[in-house]
Design a protein around this ligand. Structure first.
Ligand code: 5AD
Ligand code: SF4
Length: 450
């Protein structure tokens, strides 16, 4: 068996893509390697969302070059190196120019051609294959039906690309225009994942709630309808979706949070800023008040929903007052978790050309202040679950022997003591102790006692 090592950066979509690349190469005799040292093929699946992505990749390539040379010199063995993902898309042939030992470059929409590219590589030949074309349709049609099991909680990509063009973001350029997979294709993949033991599916898309795929009735469906349909699958107990844009949070999707018990009470809904002036400059096309109104409606349908978000501080032109508005919005919205970033100018995006860039130290101070507030919200959320009972999905062994790692309906990381054979089960627990990033729980016995 040949050994395949994949290193993945970035979002969950890249995690999904990496798994699919492994599935694509399995029929060619590639199985998982524990590290890059002995691998016959190394794939770097890269992320371009924030700065230094390309530099990180080139320094990783420098390390791989040594391994590749050693394999050739000492073992007469050829190590193939492929670069995939969004840096591959953005940099293209620049990669093989700067790192000529790279054999293949594939974009997020062309990795389904990997087997074909591998077969075109001649032993020892110094020929590079670069394939970074669009669009996504062909890819989803040619992904293999055969796939290795993904564990109790799995990702399922339903939508790709983005037409929103937020002024700071590279995604519309690296992942291309919005594309929605048709319902039938999604159902087939969902059923297969469930048959292989997955009990929770997270539907993925850069703009997942903009998904509008063709239904079996020939009509266009929205995400709410898709979720209702998926919930019918026997053995599929939990559904999530990420990442969403406020503008696409339609009524039917919000109502699904009330009507579909399998749909978990958790939503990742990035807002980026609480200042209307900055939101406009970001081309978000909604105000802070619009966002809060959406949350109000959502909470009418599902009062206990846990909210998560993304924030950018130090966007060009952001003043102290704008930043104060962001802090105000955080308190008005109430977050169970959140991700926050310093603005990073991405070449080719409109915001990168703005002349009023914020000083690095100011951004750093704002980020620290925001994170403090978000941490307090997260701790408060975890605290209020202390003493309550809920069903958790046990996903894997945790670091310590006898300890298990699970997820609560609210997406909290849960740790508990128990035997390994509980992995894959959904069991009632009581939350015994809250921490900043996780909670501890104890299993309830059949009588409901901890
Ligand atoms: N700088 C900083 N953060 C960014 N994000 C996207 N582009 C940038 C950028 N240029 C953040 C946004 C987005 C998340 C995935 O990454 O908050 O929601
Ligand atoms: Fe980027 Fe905005 Fe599209 Fe999200 S919605 S992927 S931030 S352009």
């Amino acid at each position: 068996m040949k050994q395949l090592y994949i290193k993945t950066w970035g979002c969950q979509m890249n995690v999904y893509d990496s798994d699919r690349m492994a599935d694509l190469l399995a029929p060619l005799g590639y199985g998982p390697a524990s590290g890059p040292e002995n691998a016959d093929m190394v794939i770097l699946n890269t992320c371009h969302i924030r700065e230094k992505a390309a530099e990180k990749m080139f320094s990783e390539l420098g390390r791989l070059r040594k391994l590749k040379d050693r394999a050739a010199d000492q073992q007469g063995r050829e190590m193939r190196i492929a670069v995939a993902g969004c840096v591959a898309q953005a940099e293209g042939a620049e990669i093989t120019r700067r790192a000529p030992f790279v054999d293949m470059v594939v974009g997020p929409q062309t990795y389904h051609r990997l087997p074909e590219l591998v077969s075109q590589l001649d032993p020892g030949a110094r020929r590079h294959l670069v394939d970074t074309e669009f669009p996504a349709e062909a890819k989803f049609d040619s992904l293999p039906e055969e796939a290795s099991p993904r564990g109790p909680a799995a990702f399922l990509s339903v939508q790709e690309g983005c037409d929103k063009f937020c002024s700071f973001c590279v995604v519309p350029y690296t992942r291309g225009a919005e594309f929605s997979r048709p319902v039938e294709q999604i159902l087939v993949e969902a059923k297969r994942l469930v048959a292989q033991g997955s009990r929770e599916l997270t539907l993925l898309g850069q703009n997942v709630n903009a998904w509008h795929g063709q239904g079996p009735d020939g009509r266009e469906w929205g995400l709410g309808r898709l979720l209702r349909q998926l919930a019918e699958i026997d053995g599929l107990d939990r559904l999530r979706y990420t990442t969403s844009h406020p503008l696409d949070m339609d009524e039917d999707l919000m109502m699904a949070h009330r009507d579909v018990p399998a749909l978990m009470p958790y939503l990742h809904l990035p807002v980026q800023s609480g200042s209307d002036r900055i939101l406009q400059a970001m081309n978000r096309r909604h105000t802070a008040a619009d966002y809060l109104k959406i949350l109000d409606r959502l909470r009418q349908y599902r009062p206990d929903i846990a909210l998560s978000g993304d924030f950018i501080v130090g966007f060009p032109g952001e003043t102290d007052r704008d930043f104060a508005d962001t802090l105000k919005l955080v308190d008005a919205a109430g977050y169970a978790a959140a991700y926050s970033f310093k603005y990073s100018a991405r070449p080719g995006t409109p915001a990168a050309g703005q002349t009023d860039q914020v000083e690095a130290q100011v951004s750093a101070d704002r980020l620290a202040a925001l994170q403090q507030v978000l941490d307090a919200w997260q701790m408060a959320f975890n605290k209020q679950t202390e003493g309550s009972q809920m069903d958790i999905l046990i996903e894997k062994s945790a670091g310590r022997p006898g300890q298990l790692a699970a997820r609560s309906p609210y997406m909290q990381s849960v740790y508990l003591d128990g035997p390994r054979d509980l992995i894959g089960q959904i069991l009632p627990v009581v939350i015994s102790e809250a921490g900043q990033n996780s909670v501890r729980a104890s299993l309830l016995d059949a009588k409901g006692a901890a």
